[in-house]
Design a protein around this ligand. Structure first.
Ligand code: SF4
Length: 642
């Protein structure tokens, strides 16, 4: 008794360690997912582990990010992933099938199981009671090869939802409201568990919208109980056999509890350039808009898009607005084609895009200069949309659709009765975009076109690290800042030498030259260094350029793991004020590292230029230390049983 839902699932899957908050444990991984942007690296790493078969119950390789084929590069990557999937027994989802998280929710997610994915929005499947964690690509490669995943037993934050939603207010408004309350750091170190009578108010895909954006809270993941609404969703997807009832004990003990009254929530928007910079839409009425983009793994479900179609039926998109819509899956698109809703959207003047990430990852539909773009997506970091000086506001599908007609940011609750969406008894379920692995996979070869280049593997850690301070950054540096991702660069996700020319490109034009000329060195960062995504390239590219250690005031969770996995040392300042004592090109040195890490001794950073010393702390497990000493997780995993 007294168990949280999270700890029930962890207990069922526990492989090593004692299940106590803060302890390092390993758990059995039931499922994995990859998308193509991180997936090429994952399958190169899987290849390097020389395994025959994967050890998970089910793994899926989705192609949803780099679907634009303007040159051979993306097509090469797709072929490589397809051939690796066939060789190792992984399901391959073809481009056009849809966005990984929406598809995984529809076709594979299972209450009570553990999913890890090389994408930070993997927690989407938490909406159906699955413990779904976004992590680094190497974690996923090892998860497939060994069937296990290491994590720190998390604290659990309970968000109790009470009350009833107002008309025109939906799941996106709830999670934006929570982000306003908790900020982008509010979930760090926690798994968020939802409970309360308000949970019954939410459809399965509403719940998935909320768990999806738990990533923006910095939470390890978020999860809803599995109940009658979960069963209903799985039944409509012809998967009732996957259903189990699952919830926390009534007297479950949580590390922190918050109550949110749904009645108090109004249509919300996240103002540029952070998802927690949230205001009520009503307070910003009349902001003229240029673009509306509806879709992404956050808000592209059948219900979301049908609401949009009903709002737009018989209406016209404003003459100065470009409305683009990307469905979450090919099944949703097919159902909307069959029931006439697609025709309503087209008739209104909407542009229909492929079922893929599209504009969310900057893959097309960059807004014009200085534009205001309303998006139903999960992130509005500066430049992510592909236009540096555009302003992106995050909104619900209802707000987006209504605003696309008026031409300005409009509170939808001023628009009369909200249209009702009927959910079909059975969803369209097509397998035609999936390629399932053959039973006999002997003699299958992995195909590597010229865009696939070897990835960097670190060497064992030397006792002394020395070099120049290559770059000092401010707070909240994102993985987009470290390794930008846009339509121009995405085709090079499997080509680290080419990508390295753009490392830290939003901050500095010539980091790669500086790093190469100085034979690598150190980076210093502020608070929340590496926030934003699971992008392993934000560690692999600095590794390729010789970065040995990153010293910050604090780190974002997945990025810190990615640094350790690459063999780059992540240190934090013992006294945050010491940050101010450093300037670019200072000569730095750390001695006696093995001894200090092994015995938990103070780590002393010597600034030879300024002749001062600074105390650093390494916050990690004994296994993390072993990984760093061996030069990264791949080297460690090759020598480990689990
Ligand atoms: Fe794709 Fe955007 Fe979701 Fe990432 S956040 S998986 S790019 S839709």
């Amino acid at each position: 008794m007294k168990k949280t839902l999270t700890y029930k699932i962890l207990e069922k899957n526990l492989l090593t360690g004692t299940l106590k908050t803060g302890n390092e444990i390993s758990v059995k991984v039931n499922q994995t997912l990859t998308q193509d942007s991180t997936g090429t690296m994952v399958y190169l790493q899987l290849e390097a582990m020389c395994i025959k078969d994967i050890k998970t119950d089910l793994s899926v390789a989705y192609i949803d990010h780099n679907t634009l084929q303007a040159g051979f590069e993306n097509a090469d990557d797709h072929e490589f992933i397809k051939s690796a999937a066939a060789k190792y027994g992984i399901i391959y989802s073809k481009p056009g099938n849809g966005i990984c998280h929406q598809l995984h929710l529809e076709r594979f997610g299972k209450p009570g199981d553990i999913l890890i994915g090389s994408d930070s929005h993997t927690p989407t499947c938490g909406g159906l009671g699955m413990l779904s964690i976004g992590c680094g690509g190497l974690d996923v490669a090892v998860g497939m090869a060994k069937g296990s995943y290491y994590l720190k037993a998390p604290k659990v934050l309970n968000i109790e939802l009470i009350g009833k939603l107002n008309p025109w207010v939906s799941a996106k408004d709830i999670i934006l409201y929570i982000l306003k309350e908790l900020t982008v750091k509010g979930g760090v170190g926690y798994i968020v568990e939802y409970s309360g009578n308000g949970v019954k108010e939410l459809s399965l895909t509403d719940r998935a919208t909320i768990t999806n954006m738990g990533a923006e809270l910095g939470a390890t993941t978020s999860i809803f109980p599995s109940d009658e609404i979960t069963k209903d969703f799985l039944t409509r997807q012809c998967r009732e056999k996957d259903f189990i009832t699952l919830s926390a004990d009534v007297d479950a003990v949580y590390d922190k509890k918050i109550k949110i009254n749904l009645d108090e929530i109004q249509p919300m928007t996240a103002i540029p350039h952070s998802p927690d910079n949230v205001a009520q839409v009503a307070s910003l009425n009349n902001a003229k808009i240029d673009q509306v983009a509806i879709g992404s793994c956050t808000n592209s479900s059948y219900t979301d898009l049908m609401k949009v179609a009903k709002i737009l039926k018989g209406k016209k998109v404003h003459k100065d607005v470009s409305l683009v819509i990307s469905p979450g899956s090919s099944n949703i698109l097919k159902m909307m084609a069959d029931n006439g809703a697609l025709g309503d959207l087209i008739a209104s003047g909407a542009r229909i895009l492929e079922a893929a990430c599209g504009p969310c990852i900057g893959m097309g539909q960059a807004p014009k200069s200085n534009a205001i773009s309303l998006r139903t997506f999960n992130r509005n970091f500066k430049g992510r949309c592909g236009t540096k000086n555009a302003d992106v506001y995050l909104v619900s599908p209802e707000t987006a659709a209504v605003s696309s007609i008026t031409g300005y940011l409009t509170d939808p609750s001023t628009c009369g009765d909200m249209p009702k969406v009927e959910i079909p008894e059975k969803f369209h379920v097509s397998e035609n975009y999936f390629i399932y692995p053959l039973k006999d996979r002997n003699n299958l070869k992995v195909v590597m076109g010229p865009n696939i280049k070897p990835f960097p593997i670190n060497k064992a850690l030397t006792p002394t690290l020395d070099g120049k301070l290559l770059l000092k950054t401010g707070d909240n540096i994102t993985t987009d800042d470290i390794m930008p991702s846009n339509a121009k660069l995405l085709p090079f996700r499997s080509n680290i030498p080419e990508l390295s020319k753009y490392c830290f490109g939003t901050l500095l034009d010539d980091f790669h030259i500086r790093a190469t000329e100085n034979n690598g060195g150190f980076v210093i960062g502020g608070e929340n260094y590496g926030q934003g995504s699971s992008r392993e390239h934000a560690a692999l590219v600095p590794l390729y350029l010789g970065v040995k250690a990153v010293i910050a005031k604090s780190f974002a969770r997945i990025h810190k793991t990615n640094l350790i996995n690459s063999g780059i040392l992540p240190f934090v300042f013992k006294h945050k004020d010491d940050y101010k004592n450093f300037d670019a090109f200072d000569a730095l040195e750390i001695n006696d590292l093995h001894n200090a890490l092994d015995h938990g001794l103070e780590i002393i950073l010597i600034n030879k230029t300024k002749d001062i010393t600074t105390q650093l702390i390494f916050e990690g497990s004994l296994r993390d230390i072993e990984i760093l000493k061996l030069g990264g997780y791949l080297n460690w995993a090759k020598n480990s049983d689990i």
